[in-house]
Ligand binder design. Structure first.
Ligand code: MN
Length: 718
């Protein structure tokens, strides 16, 4: 068991003049509040905070971190309060303890692997002060070291969580030794048999190879010295979990894993590193594709090194890492610890460029005298724009900063969103405009009577919520437009002494189809929106009922009312995602029909033009104004297409081709004949077809006509 003196000695080893009175006071306090509590191992509970504080002192952390380590379980597991901690140990320590307590209180439910990335991000976001995370990791490490005392069913769960959440977090902070230890510990509890087997196998293999490791180290040192480079060479066995993972991934046995040992060459300067790389590659043949330059392109956790794999002296693969002392320190101890004794040194320019957040930290650092003060101000600004919240049963949801309970409600389900009446955050009622905070547990209260309002658009941040709210409003507006349209059309009917309810019973369906609407309701809604005049409906009704005289009268009225361009609603049957009210034209150059691959193009002031995807004109269109569209097939509509037919110059060809088109049930709108000097005849037909299948039928019908040489669909009209 660690004693307080071990911790104090450790602190004095790297901070000889440190005033450790706060640490000692925390020790006394922790002993008092945890008095009588026992660990599952049977040891007094105090052994745990002592061990955690010791791990922190081994990482050479500051006094606040170590003090917080001693107190980290006080608020959660004893009668102590955060206010008391603040009063006795100051704001700084209290903030760290509070952060660790909050992370510990999150209840992560099953599905950990699936949500691991989110949980990691959330913990990072919650650990605003990097020291919160360092204390939490030390806590987890000691718990893993003593996991054998835990109840069996909890062991695997905790080990799994360690593997999925905490080892990657240690890795993210660059604390390599901790990542390796956490992984190997977790491995030994999740796969106890595989662990034992692999451990024994690797140990015996390494025993056999002791001479080999020494030999390689010796060759490297000698070669480097020949070139005037002084270096340290290390040969370290890879950790078991990384070997296990490699075997799993490649589905091979231990015999096929050659590089059980990673060699490391540590030099003084970056230039020397590249020189050493050249020497290694001249000594042993490099394995192609295995060289990685993390010096010029550091990893996100600031890890820097050259990696290469070579064919060693006995024809075996060897992994070799080459780095400077400074890089080695970052690689093994992590960037946080590194900052602490960097004493004001500024990181290299290229690194600054790569890590915007670090750059900002560096700028703060310049203004600070004491690097320790710098560490205290370090904020984990890794995910400044995201907020992570939990459902009451522990599922994590990610939101942009500024998101509100409305966003949360829609993230659960559209219906929950539509009927969101209020929200409880961490058990307390909050207004709907409340901004969600990291770690909030959010419960949505719904009520059938509650429905979205336009105001919600002002407080919803996520596109999902906003789209759903708009959709709801639109549906509601549709209903209003329907009522209005009905009213307007009814009046128009009255004006012409016609019975509107009679019309709805008989004729309305036909009129709506004739006007290319999907339904009577759609037609009435269009009238409500003002997209079509009630008069137009009446007019069409007369046309169908074939009432002479009256029709003329209304026709005249119609001509007066309508602008000339309003001919026939075009492009019904095309849907643009998310936009129902856009004016649509079918492009005249390529005359698309249903079934063709099409693309929409947003014109200036003329709505959307639909082109075939293979239309040559599409290439020259601005990509930004292209929009995805899909056909919604409507049986009643016909679409014009242009066909070029080349036939032998014989009599009766026009009639024969026309007959073939009609036989295929297509209506011919126009036919033109061109004569050419080469004894062939060229025809251009404009025919109406239902869709691309129908078009194919028409074309194959024409091809069967004797004397027809070619049939082409018009590609484009310039
Ligand atoms: Mn603990």
């Amino acid at each position: 068991m660690i004693r307080i003196n071990d911790i104090l000695d450790q602190i004095h080893s790297y901070m000889p003049d440190a005033d450790t009175s706060l640490v000692e006071k925390a020790y006394v306090y922790s002993a008092k509040v945890h008095a009588g509590q026992k660990r599952l191992s049977g040891e007094p509970y105090l052994s745990h905070p002592l061990a955690v504080a010791y791990i922190l002192s081994q990482q050479k952390l500051d006094l606040s971190s170590i003090t917080a380590g001693l107190l980290h379980d006080a608020v959660e597991d004893t009668l102590s309060t955060i206010e008391e901690i603040e009063e006795l140990f100051g704001k700084d320590v209290a903030r760290i303890v509070d952060g660790v307590t909050k992370i510990s209180q999150i209840q992560f439910q099953s599905k950990i692997q699936k949500q691991a990335e989110n949980i990691r991000k959330m913990i990072l976001a919650m650990s605003k002060d990097i020291r919160v995370l360092l204390v939490k990791l030390a806590d987890r490490l000691h718990n893993m070291r003593t996991l054998q005392y835990q109840r069996p069913h909890k062991r695997v769960k905790i080990a799994r969580e360690t593997l999925d959440i905490y080892a990657p977090l240690a890795s993210r902070l660059g604390i390599d030794w901790m990542k390796r230890e956490l992984e190997d510990l977790a491995f030994s509890f999740i796969y106890p048999e595989e662990y034992k087997e692999l451990k024994e196998a690797v140990e015996s293999r390494l025993g056999e190879r002791k001479g080999y490791v020494e030999e390689v180290k010796e060759i490297i040192s000698r070669k480097m010295a020949e070139f005037g480079l002084s270096c340290r060479v290390l040969g370290r066995p890879k950790h078991l979990y990384s070997i296990f993972r490699k075997m799993r991934r490649r589905d091979v046995g231990l015999d096929e894993i050659y590089d059980l040992i990673a060699f490391r060459i540590i030099l003084k300067t970056v230039t020397e590193c590249y020189e050493a790389l050249g020497i290694v590659h001249s000594l042993w043949k490099p394995v192609p594709g295995r060289f990685k330059d993390y010096i010029s392109l550091p990893k996100a956790n600031m890890y820097q090194s050259l990696h290469t794999t070579v064919i060693g002296p006995y024809g075996e693969r060897m992994e070799i890492q080459i780095r400077t002392e400074e890089m080695d320190k970052v690689a093994t101890e992590g960037i946080a610890a590194h900052w602490l004794y960097k004493e004001g040194k500024i990181l290299k320019k290229d690194q600054e460029r790569q890590f915007e957040w670090l750059k900002r930290l560096m700028e703060w650092q310049k203004e600070l005298e004491d690097p320790r003060e710098f560490l205290e101000s370090v904020r984990m600004d890794l995910f400044p724009d995201e907020v992570y919240c939990l459902t009451p049963n522990g599922e994590i949801k990610e939101f942009p900063r500024g998101a509100t309970p409305i966003d949360f409600a829609y993230a659960i389900h559209t219906e929950v969103g539509h009927h969101c009446a209020g929200a409880k955050v961490n058990g307390k009622m909050v207004p709907l405009k409340y901004q969600l905070q990291n770690g909030d547990v959010v419960e949505i209260i719904t009520s059938k009577q509650h429905v979205p309002s336009r105001d919600w658009l002002k407080i919803a941040r996520t596109s999902r919520a906003r789209a759903r709210i708009r959709q709801w409003i639109k549906t509601e507006e549709r209903e209003k437009s329907l009522a209005l349209g009905k009213d307007l059309v009814q009046r128009e009917f009255k004006k012409h002494r016609l019975d509107f309810s009679e019309f709805l019973k008989e004729g309305a369906e036909e009129v709506s189809k004739a006007l290319s609407f999907k339904s009577v309701d759609d037609m009435l809604i269009a009238a409500g929106y003002g997209k079509i005049s009630p008069n137009q409906i009446v007019r069409r009704y007369f046309k169908i009922k074939q009432v002479e005289g009256l029709e003329e009268e209304i026709e005249k009225e119609f001509e007066e009312q309508q602008p000339a361009k309003f001919k026939k609603p075009q492009g019904e049957g095309i849907k643009i995602q998310g936009h129902d009210d856009i004016m649509i034209h079918l492009a005249k150059c390529c005359t698309p029909v249903p079934g063709d691959e099409v693309i929409g193009y947003i014109t200036r002031g003329r709505g959307v033009t639909i082109h075939r995807e293979d239309c040559p004109n599409v290439i020259s269109l601005e990509p930004d104004r292209k929009i995805e569209v899909t056909w919604v097939v409507d049986d009643s509509s016909n679409y014009p297409v242009m066909l070029n037919v080349i036939t032998a110059d014989e009599k009766g060809m026009l009639a024969a081709v026309s007959n073939a088109i009609s036989a295929a049930e297509a209506n011919i709108l126009e036919a033109k004949v061109y004569t050419t000097p080469d004894h062939s005849a060229h025809f251009t037909f404009i025919a109406e077809v239902r869709d691309s299948d129908h078009l194919k039928k028409v074309i194959s019908g024409i091809k069967k006509v004797n004397g027809v040489m070619r049939v082409d669909r018009q590609q484009a009209v310039a």
